[in-house]
Write a protein that binds this ligand. Structure first.
Ligand SMILES: Cc1cc2nc3c(=O)[nH]c(=O)nc-3n(C[C@H](O)[C@H](O)[C@H](O)COP(=O)(O)O)c2cc1C
Length: 320
C-alpha cells in the first residue's frame, strides 16, 4: 500500500480514537507493531482559533512516523486553513473525518453529518487537497443509515477529488457502534476505486485481518480491540507472515505495560492530568484478571502515580 511516501505491505493502522489515541497510547501501539498511526480528531475551528488543546492533539513525535493528523469540520475554507496549520507540524498525511456519529457534531454538518451533504464533502476534499502538499485521506462510514448507504458514490468522489486513501468503518451513522460491521461492502468499494482501501470496524483477531486482506483491502485499521490488547498489532502481523499465533500476553506482561503506559502518560501530561487521563485504561489492562474489581476501584481513586505503580507492582508480585 502506498500513501505519499508511505509504502508498506499489508499495513495495520491504529484507529483515531478521541481521548484514547493520544501520544502515550500511540507510542505503546507503535512499539507493539502498529505500522501507521492517526491522531484523534481535532476541530478545524479550534485549530484556526489557536485553541491550545487542539494543538496538543495534533502534536506528533518523529518516532511515531508514519502518522496522519485527523481534522473535522463542515466549512471548506476553515478545513483548508486548518489543514495548512496541521501541515506545518509535518504529518505524513492529513485525514478528513467524515464518520464521527456524535449528535452535536453531526448537527453542525461535521463528521458523519457530511454524508447528508455529499456536495459539501466533495468541496471540502477538493479544497483541502488543493491547499496542502502532504497526501490527504478520508475516513468515513457506509452511509447515514441502512436506507441511505452512499459509500460507493462517496468512494468515487474521494478518489476523483484527489484523496490518496479511503478508510471505511463498515457501519452506518445510525448504528453508532452497535450491531455488526458489514464487511461485505468492502469488495464492492474495492471494485469502485483504485486508491488504497483501509478496512475498519470489528477487527478483533489476526484471522479477521487475514480475511480482509484476502478480500483485497490494502490496509486494516484497529480501534477498540487495541485498548484492552495493544499486543494485537504484533499478534496480527506475526499471524499474517507465518500463519502461527503468538502467545497471549501474560498477566505480568499486562501489568508491566500498564505501568509503562502510565509513566508515559505522566511524562507527557504531567502528574495530575497524566493520572486522571489514564484511569480509562485500567479496565483494559486488567481485564480477565480474577477478583480485579476492588484493585481497579482502588487505583481509580488514587492521584499519586508512584502509589499506583507500587500497588500494581505488589499485585504483580502476589500473582507470582
Ligand atoms: C473512544 C473512541 C473514540 C473515537 N474517536 C474517533 C476519532 O477521533 N476519529 C475517528 O475517525 N474515529 C473515531 N472513533 C472511531 C474509530 O476510529 C473506529 O472507526 C471505530 O471504533 C470502529 O473500529 P473498531 O471496531 O476497531 O473499534 C472513535 C472510537 C472510539 C471507541
Amino acid at each position: 500500500m502506498k500513501i505519499g511516501k508511505i509504502e508498506i505491505h499489508n499495513p495495520v493502522f491504529l484507529a483515531p480514537m478521541e481521548d484514547v489515541s493520544d501520544t502515550p497510547f500511540r507510542l505503546i501501539c507503535k512499539r507493539l507493531g502498529a505500522d501507521v498511526l492517526v491522531t484523534e480528531f481535532t476541530s478545524s475551528e479550534a485549530l484556526i482559533r489557536n485553541v491550545k488543546t487542539a494543538f496538543h492533539k495534533i502534536s506528533i513525535r518523529d518516532e511515531e512516523r508514519p502518522i496522519g493528523v485527523q481534522i473535522f469540520g463542515s466549512n471548506e475554507e476553515t478545513m483548508a486553513n486548518a489543514a495548512r496549520i496541521a501541515e506545518s507540524i509535518r504529518p505524513d498525511f492529513i485525514d478528513i473525518n467524515c464518520g464521527c456519529w456524535v449528535r452535536n457534531l453531526v448537527a453542525r454538518g461535521e463528521g458523519a453529518g457530511l454524508l447528508k451533504n455529499i456536495p459539501k464533502l466533495e468541496r471540502i476534499i477538493k479544497k483541502v487537497v488543493a491547499t496542502v502538499t502532504v497526501p490527504v485521506t478520508v475516513k468515513t462510514r457506509l452511509g447515514w443509515d441502512h436506507d441511505n448507504i452512499v459509500i460507493l458514490d462517496v468512494a468515487k468522489i474521494v478518489e476523483a477529488q484527489g484523496a490518496k486513501a479511503l478508510t471505511v468503518h463498515c457501519r452506518t451513522r445510525s448504528q453508532g457502534y452497535g450491531g455488526n460491521a458489514d464487511w461485505s461492502w468492502l469488495e464492492k468499494i474495492r471494485k469502485t476505486i483504485s486508491i488504497p482501501l483501509i478496512a475498519n470496524g470489528d477487527i478483533k483477531t489476526p484471522e479477521h485481518a487475514k480475511i480482509l486482506f484476502e478480500m483485497g483491502c490494502d490496509g486494516i485499521m484497529i480501534g477498540r480491540a487495541a485498548i484492552s490488547n495493544p499486543w494485537i498489532f504484533q499478534q496480527t502481523k506475526h499471524f499474517l507472515s507465518t500463519g502461527q499465533h503468538l502467545s497471549e500476553a501474560t498477566m505480568q506482561e499486562r501489568i508491566d505495560l500498564c505501568i509503562e503506559h502510565l509513566r508515559l502518560s505522566v511524562q507527557f501530561k504531567g502528574k495530575r492530568t497524566g493520572v486522571a487521563d489514564f484511569r480509562k485504561h485500567y479496565a483494559g489492562y486488567l481485564s480477565g484478571f480474577p477478583f480485579i474489581a476492588r484493585l481497579r476501584a482502588g487505583l481509580i481513586a488514587l492521584n499519586d502515580s508512584d502509589e499506583i505503580i507500587r500497588q500494581l507492582t505488589n499485585f504483580k508480585q502476589s500473582l507470582a
